[in-house]
Write a protein that binds this ligand. Structure first.
Ligand code: MG
Length: 157
């Protein structure tokens, strides 16, 4: 399922390197010798978790079905397509990922969601592709990898 998730993210315009860049953005000021290779190990670890994989697939499926206008309630469909700011279920699904990695993941997620670095900003440029769930999923994966990195660093110190 790891490969399936990486392929699904890629199909929706998100490369693993984009997520690695977001983690670097979050952690660079705390870890002086941080390398992208080291970050990749943490991103892979998050992507290997079954609950994370299910969240990725669920969120992306909702985005795709929304694009296709499949939901029976048209207003509901439009609400997701417009990424309506008070909808919030996209963030709640992302919290499901962050909750597996503790409070640092949640605060990192809030930060990345506000600042929207790199790919997160790109996903928020409104195009014909619905990224309502995808941007939060990507943010949550990056925030979770950053949290795991921070905890491991503390263990070694
Ligand atoms: Mg969203």
């Amino acid at each position: 399922m790891f490969d399936q998730c990486v392929a699904l993210l890629k199909q929706r315009g998100v490369e693993k390197t984009d997520i690695i860049d977001c983690v670097y953005y979050l952690q660079k000021r705390y870890i002086a010798d941080l390398t992208l290779d080291r970050i990749e190990h943490y991103v892979d670890s998050v992507l290997n978790k079954r609950e994370v994989q299910h969240a990725i697939i669920t969120g992306i499926q909702i985005d795709i079905l929304t694009e296709q206008g499949i939901f029976a309630d048209e207003r509901f469909n439009q609400l997701i397509m417009d990424d309506y700011s008070l909808y919030g279920v996209d963030e709640v699904l992302a919290y499901g990922i962050c909750n597996l990695y503790g409070s640092i993941a949640l605060t990192n997620f809030g930060y990345i969601d506000k600042v929207k670095p790199g790919i997160i900003g790109k996903l928020n440029e409104h195009t014909t592709q619905c990224n309502t769930f995808l941007d939060d999923i990507v943010g949550a994966i990056a925030a979770s990898a950053a949290s795991k990195l921070a905890h491991d660093r503390e263990k070694k110190a």
